[in-house]
Design a protein around this ligand. Structure first.
Ligand code: ZN
Length: 321
C-alpha cells in the first residue's frame, strides 16, 4: 500500500488538462491508497525549469477574493473525483483512494483566520502557509538552482498565528515551499511534528526547494516526516529537467540518504504527481510497484511499509485530533 505526500490532480483537472500521472483507474492494481491532494491556486506565470542554473522570480501575490473563489472551485473538483475525503487515519483503506484536503498556499484563508474553521469543517486537514510566492502569511521560496533555501524573510505575524491555529484545530502544517527563515519560524511556533510533504535532500540536489541537513535534523527531532519528491529537477545533482534520463534509482538515492541521516521512521513518499516532471521509467501511479520493488531490494518489509505508508499514518495520527 502506498500513501503519498502530494499530487496536483485537482488543479490539473480544473485547468482542463488530461492528468499525466494520477490515473485513479490504475490505483487498485498499483496499491495506491491516496494521500495528500493539493488545492493550489495557480499563479498567472508558468514556471520554466528547462535550463540550469535557474533563478525564477517570486510570482505576484494573489488577492484573497480571487484565491477564495478558485480554491472553492478546486475543492469542488476534488470532491467530485472518485475518492473518499480522509478525516482520520482509519479512513485510509487498501483498495480505495483516500484524499487529504491540502491547501498548498493559504491565500484562500483570510489573514485574520476568520474562515479557517469553516475550511476545517469541510475537511481541510493539511495546509502549507505559502506556495512559492508571497502572501499574508509569509514569503515562500523562489525556485533557484543551485542555491540555498535561505532566500528572504520568513513568516509574518499572521503566519505565526496561522501555525498556532492549525496546531489547535489539528491541521498539519506543511514546510515544503517555505524558505529557510519561514521553516525555522514555523519550527519555533509549532507544537506538532515538523513535516515537509514533498521535498528532497539539498545535499544531493541543491535546489531551493530541497532541505539542508540541519532542516532535516529538525524534522527528525520532532518525530516528523519528509516525503521524497519525484520531480526530476529536485532529484538530480545537476537539476536538469530530463525525465527520460532520470531513473527510479534517483528517487531511491534520496530515500537512502534521508534514511541514513534521519532513520527509517522519518522518510516517506511525496510524488508531486501531475505537478512536476517525474522519471519516465516510473510514469505515474501505475509505475509505483516498480518503486516499491526497488525499495524492497534494499530494505526489509517492515522498513518498506514505513516508507510507503506507515510513517505518513503515524505522523498524521500524531498531528490530527
Ligand atoms: Zn508543491
Amino acid at each position: 500500500m502506498v500513501i503519498d505526500g502530494h499530487n496536483d490532480l485537482a488543479l490539473t483537472i480544473w485547468e482542463g488538462k488530461p492528468p499525466l500521472h494520477v490515473d485513479l483507474d490504475a490505483a487498485g492494481a498499483a496499491g495506491f491508497a491516496g494521500g495528500f491532494f493539493a488545492l493550489n491556486v495557480p499563479s498567472h506565470v508558468p514556471l520554466a525549469f528547462d535550463a540550469v542554473p535557474y533563478d525564477l522570480p517570486l510570482p505576484a501575490e494573489i488577492p484573497f477574493e480571487e484565491a477564495a473563489r478558485v480554491a472553492d472551485e478546486l475543492y469542488a473538483t476534488l470532491v467530485g473525483l472518485p475518492v473518499r475525503i480522509v478525516l482520520d487515519v482509519e479512513d485510509f483503506r487498501e483498495g480505495s483512494v483516500g484524499a487529504i484536503v491540502h491547501l498548498e498556499g493559504a491565500e484562500a484563508i483570510a489573514p485574520d483566520l476568520a474562515n479557517l474553521e469553516a475550511w476545517y469543517e469541510r475537511g481541510l486537514r493539511s495546509l502549507g502557509p505559502v506556495w512559492s510566492r508571497p502572501n499574508a502569511f509569509g514569503e515562500g521560496v523562489p525556485f533557484r538552482f543551485p542555491a540555498s533555501p535561505d532566500t528572504g524573510p520568513g513568516l509574518t505575524p499572521a503566519g505565526v498565528e496561522l501555525v498556532r491555529a492549525c496546531n489547535d484545530l489539528g491541521i498539519l502544517v506543511d514546510l515544503s515551499h517555505l524558505n529557510e527563515a519561514g521553516f525555522w519560524d514555523t519550527a519555533r511556533a509549532s507544537a506538532a511534528p515538523l513535516v515537509a510533504t514533498h521535498s528532497n535532500a539539498h545535499a544531493l540536489s541543491p535546489s531551493t526547494r530541497n532541505l539542508t541537513d540541519r532542516q532535516l535534523g529538525a524534522i527528525r527531532d520532532t518525530n516528523g516526516v519528509v516525503g521524497v519528491n519525484f520531480a526530476v529537477t529536485f532529484l538530480r545533482e545537476d537539476g536538469l529537467n530530463l525525465p527520460d534520463e532520470t531513473p527510479i534509482a534517483e528517487i531511491v538515492r534520496h530515500v537512502d540518504y534521508l534514511v541514513d541521516l534521519l532513520g527509517i521512521d522519518h522518510v516517506a513518499l511525496g510524488s508531486d504527481f501531475d505537478g512536476a516532471s517525474i522519471p519516465t521509467e516510473l510514469g505515474g501511479i501505475a509505475g509505483l510497484p516498480l518503486l516499491v520493488e526497488a525499495l524492497a531490494a534494499r530494505y526489509d518489509s517492515d522498513a518498506v511499509a514505513k516508507l510507503t505508508h506507515g510513517n505518513w499514518l503515524r505522523v498524521l495520527a500524531e498531528t490530527w485530533r
